[in-house]
Design a protein around this ligand. Sequence first.
Ligand code: GLN
Length: 544
Amino acid sequence: MSITTKFVFITGGVLSSLGKGVASSSLAHLLKMCHFEVDMLKIDPYINIDPGTLSPFEHGEVFVTADGSETDLDIGHYERFLNKDFSKENNFTTGQIYLSVIEQERQGQYLGKTIQVIPHIVEEIKERILKLGQGKDFLIVEVGGTVGDIEGMVYLEAIRELKNALGSKQVANIHVTLVPYIATSQELKTKPTQHSIIELRRLGVSANIILARCSQDLGADLKAKIASSCDVPVQNVIQAKDAPSIYACPANYLQEGLLDALFKHFNMEAQLDHRQFDLWAGLVHHILNPQRTLKIAFVGKYVHLSESYKSFLESMVCVGAHLKVRVEPVLINSEEFELQEGESETQLKERVARTLQSVDGLLVPGGFGSRGIEGMINAITYARESKKPFFGVCLGAQVMVIEFARHVLGLKGAHSSEFDTNAPHKVIDLLESQANTTHKGSSMRLGTHKISLKEGSLIAKTYNALEVYERHRHRYTINPDYLESYAKHGLEVVGQSFDHSQNLTEAMALKDHPFFLGVQYHPEFTSRLIAPNPLFKAFVQACM
Ligand code: GLN
């Protein structure tokens, strides 16, 4: 089988968090604007099968794809930059590679052989890369971690072997590195980059293009120095200076000559579609020059790490670009809204109101576990009573229902069975399909499900549709036994799904309130710069 795909490997040097995900997405975006068929792969060199069971503190957000796989948050960047759905094929971990090799070994597929990292593990990696690349013009492969990590070595070996097999006209390596600025001597330093390239070479891999992250302009001299010490043409040293928005990166890289360098390496030519490029540039212009700023409180439990709410925060940027506003997220740890020692209920209520009165709206995102739930309830009471726009997503919607059950229906002790198995009113209860689930990996209700919206409702008008497809990730659901009572008091079911053994409530909204909506699904996973999810648009408009 002959493969014509061009493979671009993105590796990282010096330290982590250099933005390889954004760099990979930006390159893919530029190639897409040249009308190439581009696919992407994120390799995570850890042993977990997927990040689904990792704490948000460890790993940041778990991004859920349409086909229901729990993936790395970089897949979210890929989708937002390319405005396209990715799937479980677009992300694998070392755990998945070993699992499939071991399963094959148990089935007797290697009978008589000793299974080793080289060749068997490396072969499995190469096979997956080649398979995904088939039929595409480009496959961008982002290798997680930093060159020099023991766990990443096997991937560099796979890159080396693929380059040998396919030749340099089909394989390019882009090394993302840091050129730190030392304030005391007012100098940019190239040594870490040189060392990182030496480390790459030691493993038999050479960089073709260097994407140098920096906070100051490199200048011709430093570019020449990096080029000569790292063995690349000077035009292949691409300055990636800190950008005011990640969405400005494609244009910055283009101007710096990234596409020219890549096309030259592959000995090819292509034209950028300027109409599409201008559309994107127009949105970036609005991100950078908003007409006004709004403050939206995110009352959650992982707030000290904004990586945990990546897709929410990016959704706000994406929607802001269309509404010409900048949403300033105010991240609030919900535990701060809980009763403190010596504080009375009235004092707490006043304290919550004081903090929230300066924001234009309030969002309670998803989450797991009981910590901070009471604080979320108190924040939602404030939003309901003061008629501040409120949006609850997944756990946020469930807590919205708990709040309403307790404070409007007067159901004392109403709770979710996730947090209190003996609650007198389990207004949120385990999904029937979850009753016999014993293992934790990839076992929630996941991925895209069809939702029917109530005719004439605000949510149906917002989507301009009566049926929508949204992504899910939950084990618990709104208990239908109480729905009639909620409706009598104005909280109505406005979205349902019927694709399950039970009819599920997917969205509830409060009448006589400018915006008080809870959805069981995750609109943040389908919000892209070109096409933000309509619910975020409606929410931010309500906040405006
Ligand atoms: N913990 C809740 C559940 O499992 C909510 C999940 C979420 O917010 N993603 O149903």
